[in-house]
Design a protein around this ligand. Structure first.
Ligand code: ATP
Ligand code: MG
Length: 468
């Protein structure tokens, strides 16, 4: 039976299968390899993926998108509360305190847990795969962000079970696959963990400060990740695996390893890994991430810019009209992509955006101070022309671009690397297509970025490779 790799992104999913002669990515019923992470429910049916995308505006209350990050979180989690403000559909607290979604489905008010929604999406992915392979599919490898907690991972497994998928527990570094990996958890990490814990206990005993206790009891992100049982594959490891399999010219086992930095910036997060390669062997030296920085934050910045502009210029407040808000957000994403490939002048035009008004947006009349989305920083702009060019966009997004730097510098520190130790920087994820992101990565590491891996499909391919 074939084992399938599923890359479940916040925006889009990719499917890959290991077949004789290589890894193939599978297209959906619209001949598209990219299946949007969207579930739409109506009075008659549920549509998932590309079909659901067409309903994102017309049926916004019952169309669920951007849900991967809500999986396995408590409803009261500040992240959930913050996300809720921008979501067009209604979130609810499930009986066990988790996140649910309230929708109208088949004429009734229904609540689905996030695992159920994710299960629906995985069911669709399984059906796409089965149609393509013309046989039943069960075993799979799923991608998961490095920063997902144990509870989130378990919820993803529950979603896989709902979809009748058997998610293989393959990412166990103590056992070797085709490529051997360091034992997991790495003894060095364990040692550091125990040493640090010991220091904390001694410190606590000496100071008897009750304030330390809650802090100590709070799960520590990094250790939690490193020591957690890995049910599903770590995304950075998957990319490294995909790279290692294809590269034929790696140094022999006794030689100095080749060090590659992997950067994945998708819709909602940024993940970085430093990996040392020898023939038949890879070692993850360090990982770092910003779980709250992705392409969607750039869309939101543009959105805020134009929403404020249209308020002044056309006397319309798109924030008070969900349909107008969604349309503007979609146009902002399109504009962002155009600005990646085009350095010329552009404008944003939308017909009948709200109150029958056609709007045209540029970087104009915004000489006042703007609150920068997400950080609450203040910044002054003085764009004043009737078009948009890339440099305007980059100036607007400067605070986000600065945030890209931090996990990159952290990886150099944690892996104790200098730029001369690094052979290449491999970038994947849609948001790395932004020239400013690329140049920031190149600047931090002091070398050009490389795109050996397919930016969209690398993760799914790596998943399929795990069991090839
Ligand atoms: P995540 O990895 O965060 O869960 P994902 O895997 O679904 O999300 P990707 O498909 O890697 O995300 O990337 C999607 C993001 O990349 C979107 O924000 C999209 O707007 C952005 N993107 C895609 N192409 C371009 C482009 N040419 N220029 C700028 N941004 C782009
Ligand atoms: Mg991704």
């Amino acid at each position: 039976m074939s084992v399938i790799g599923y890359d479940l992104g916040n925006l889009s999913c990719y499917i890959a299968v290991a077949r004789q002669g290589g890894i193939e990515t599978i297209a959906n019923e619209f001949s598209d390899r990219n299946t949007p992470c969207i579930v739409s429910l109506t009075s008659k049916e549920r549509s998932i993926g590309s079909a659901a995308k067409t309903q994102i505006i017309s049926n916004y209350k019952n169309t669920i998108s951007n849900f991967k990050r809500l999986l396995g979180r408590p409803f009261d989690d500040p992240f959930v509360q913050n996300e809720m403000k921008d979501l067009p559909y209604k979130l609810s607290r499930t009986a066990d305190g988790g996140v649910g979604v309230r929708v109208k489905y088949a004429g009734e008010d229904v609540e689905f847990s996030m695992a159920q929604v994710c299960g629906m999406l995985l069911t669709k992915l399984r059906s796409i795969t089965e149609v393509n392979l013309k046989k039943p599919v069960q075993d799979c490898v799923l991608s998961v962000p490095s920063f997902f907690s144990e509870v989130q991972r378990r919820n993803l497994l529950a979603a896989a079970r709902i979809a009748n998928l058997n998610c293989l527990r393959l990412f166990n570094d103590t056992t070797a696959g085709k490529i051997s990996t360091p034992c997991f958890p790495d003894p060095a990490y364990l040692l550091t963990f125990f040493q640090i814990t010991k220091i904390f206990i001694i410190f606590f005993q000496i100071t008897k400060l009750s304030i330390i206790l809650p802090w100590l009891l709070k799960p520590k992100f990094k250790f939690h990740h490193m020591l957690s049982k890995n049910y599903v594959s770590n995304i950075t490891y998957i990319m490294a695996l995909a790279y290692g399999i294809y590269k034929q010219d790696l140094p022999a086992a006794e030689e100095k390893p080749r060090i590659i930095i992997f950067v994945d910036m998708g819709h909602s997060s940024l993940q970085v890994a430093a990996v040392a390669f020898n023939k038949g062997k890879l070692k993850v030296l360090a990982t770092s991430f910003d779980p709250y920085l992705g392409g969607r934050d750039f869309d939101r910045l543009l959105f805020n810019h134009f929403a404020d502009l249209f308020k002044d210029k056309y006397r319309i407040d798109v924030r008070t009209n969900k349909r107008a808000e969604l349309r503007l957000l979609i146009e902002c994403e399109k504009l962002k992509k155009q600005l990646s490939s085009n350095s010329g002048r552009m404008t944003l035009n939308i017909e009948c955006l709200m109150d029958d008004k056609d709007v045209q947006g540029a970087m104009t009349s915004l000489n006042s101070c703007l609150c920068i989305y997400g950080w609450g920083l203040f910044n002054c702009y003085s764009f004043n022309h009737d078009y948009i060019i890339r440099t305007d966009f980059e100036a607007l997004c400067a605070p986000l671009i600065q945030r890209v730097e931090k996990p990159l510098r952290t990886i150099l520190q944690d892996a104790k690397l200098q730029s001369q130790d690094i052979t290449s920087i491999e970038i994947v994820g849609g948001a790395t297509r932004m020239p400013a992101v690329k140049s920031t990565i190149a600047e931090v590491f002091g070398m050009k970025v490389s795109t050996t891996l397919n930016a969209d499909e690398a993760v799914a391919r790596g998943c399929a490779l795990q069991c090839a």
